[in-house]
Design a protein around this ligand. Structure first.
Ligand SMILES: [Zn+2]
Length: 144
């Protein structure tokens, strides 16, 4: 069986089209393509770890706006081939540098609509398997 992820948002669904784009992997982002999957989230909602791993660091999706943050998780055990980035969430201070298990709370969702009015609020989930980007949807059975 191929490796599966825990949905970082309980019962979370893929961000559908809004005035800024849509959440699917490979969707247009100007001249580039979206390299992750956006999962709709309410500001303040719990963000769960998709895998067993170690939160190696806090990340900053925008060099010019450090109010937006995220985490990088390096998989361990059954998830050792996987690494994950989650953006637009405030990590719990206790998880940075710590081991987490799939389904464990790692932080809370942020408010992206402050930067992008009219956007569906969401977290960005980026997954690499053996150092290659994959469509996270393929590892989240049942997500719509
Ligand atoms: Zn995204």
């Amino acid at each position: 069986m191929s490796t599966q992820l825990v949905n970082p948002i309980k019962n979370g669904t893929i961000r559908k089209s809004d005035k800024w784009g849509e959440g699917a992997f490979g969707a247009a982002r100007g001249s580039r393509k979206h390299n992750g999957l956006d999962i709709s989230a309410t500001n303040g909602q719990d963000i769960l770890s998709p895998i067993n791993g170690k939160v190696t660091r806090k990340s900053f999706p925008y060099a010019n706006d450090l109010s937006y943050t995220g985490i990088v998780i390096k998989g361990t055990g059954v998830h050792a081939t996987i690494s994950i980035k989650i953006f637009y969430m405030t990590p719990l201070a206790s998880v940075i540098g710590s081991d987490v298990i799939a389904g464990e709370k790692t932080g809370i969702a942020q408010d992206l609509t402050r930067k992008y009015p009219g956007m569906t609020n969401h977290i960005h989930l980026e997954v690499k398997k053996n150092n290659s980007l994959v469509d996270p949807k393929s590892m989240l059975p049942g997500i719509i």
